[in-house]
Design a binder for this molecule. Structure first.
Ligand code: PHE
Length: 338
């Protein structure tokens, strides 16, 4: 038995020495160590070995198995090393890596960051509210009568439970005044939704930036100064700003804000950019009724509010001709803003 095991070891090591590929390696492994392999068969012979020899034969069996296994492992490692060397033969590992494509911010994020930076410097804090709103926050509390066209099914997305997709960020004015006391000085960027036909200047989902400042003795001069400063920071210090009388249910007086802008090679043109006004006392009264206190007593507090379209701001700032470019995610468009 001991001699037989020696023979198996000699044969196995000789066979392993001649191996040049992985398939042959596996064949040899099976021939000696597999279920029907010669060493496995020899091990089965342990049964017939007389008891006094069992210890020696068992030890020898383990030695042979060990010798064959480690020879197989060493050969396998050698084959892998050879393969790796071949794979790296034509490769210069000292070459610099290929650069990864660099990401960038969406133009809307860029204008928003810019706008928020300027307004925060003036003491405005960020505020937010839900996109799925109640009619009360979106319309009633904002002094918008039941028969106002904005409340029409054809202009606003309603849910079956009576809630709606907010048509403007002005609802955040109400949300903020419900939980904060004066002075309130917030800006609220966010999405707004209207049932518009989609074209170059209209999307059914767009972005607004709302502002609200409420305290004692806030005046129209504060509103004008704030917005003039804001637009000059964004569009340049020589930008002309015009306040044109307008109507919003929740401000009185109300204005639309125009900027005089000059596209390259064209005559300067007034472009409408924002809505604004002094908070209507009816809004304070409704907020006070809901709060059940006098924090927004219309006899004591005044305030201004403004709202503008961020998409429009981006269009003007970057000369984007079609709003749809902002949502198509075409990298040829987006990479221009890196
Ligand atoms: N919410 C108005 C709009 O969507 C804009 C606005 C905001 C007007 C605040 C006045 C004050 O058109």
């Amino acid at each position: 038995m001991l001699a037989q095991l020696d023979t198996i070891q000699t044969e196995a090591l000789a066979a392993i020495a001649g191996i040049t590929d992985e398939a042959a390696l596996e064949e040899v492994r099976i021939a000696f160590l597999g279920k029907k392999g010669s060493l496995t068969a020899a091990a089965a012979g342990m049964r017939d070995v007389p008891a006094e020899q069992k210890k020696d034969v068992g030890q020898k069996l383990n030695e042979v198995r060990e010798a064959i296994t480690s020879a197989l492992e060493a050969t396998a490692a050698g084959l892998i090393a050879k393969k790796d060397a071949a794979a790296f033969a034509n490769l210069d590992p000292t070459l610099p890596a290929r650069p990864l494509p660099k990401g960038g911010l969406h133009p809307l994020s860029l204008v928003l960051d810019e706008a928020v930076k300027v307004l925060r410097r003036m003491g405005f804090a960020l505020a937010e509210g839900p996109e799925i709103e109640t009619e009360w926050h979106c319309f009633d509390a904002l002094n918008t009568p039941a028969d106002h066209p904005a409340r029409n099914e054809s202009d606003t997305f309603y849910f079956e439970n009576g809630k709606l997709l907010r048509t403007h960020t002005s609802s955040v004015q109400i949300r903020t005044m419900e939980k904060e006391t004066t002075p309130v000085r917030i800006i609220a960027p966010g999405s707004a939704f209207r049932r518009d036909e989609i074209d170059a200047t209209h999307l059914s989902a767009f972005h607004q930036l709302e502002g609200l400042y409420v305290d004692r003795r806030v005046t129209l001069a504060d509103l004008k100064g704030t917005l003039e400063y804001f637009f000059r920071e964004i569009f340049g210090s020589k930008t002309e700003v015009r306040f044109r009388p307008h109507f919003f249910p929740f401000t009185e007086p109300s204005f639309e804000v125009d900027l005089k802008l000059q596209a390259a090679g064209r005559a300067a043109k007034w472009i409408e950019i924002a809505g604004c006004g002094m908070v209507d006392p009816a809004v304070f009264a409704e907020v006070g009724r809901k709060r059940g206190d006098a924090a927004y007593d219309p006899e004591k507090v005044t305030g201004f509010a403004f709202g503008m379209g961020l998409d429009r701001l981006a269009m003007i700032l970057y000369g984007i001709p079609d709003l749809r470019l902002l949502i198509e995610n075409d990298v040829r468009f987006l990479t221009q803003f890196r």
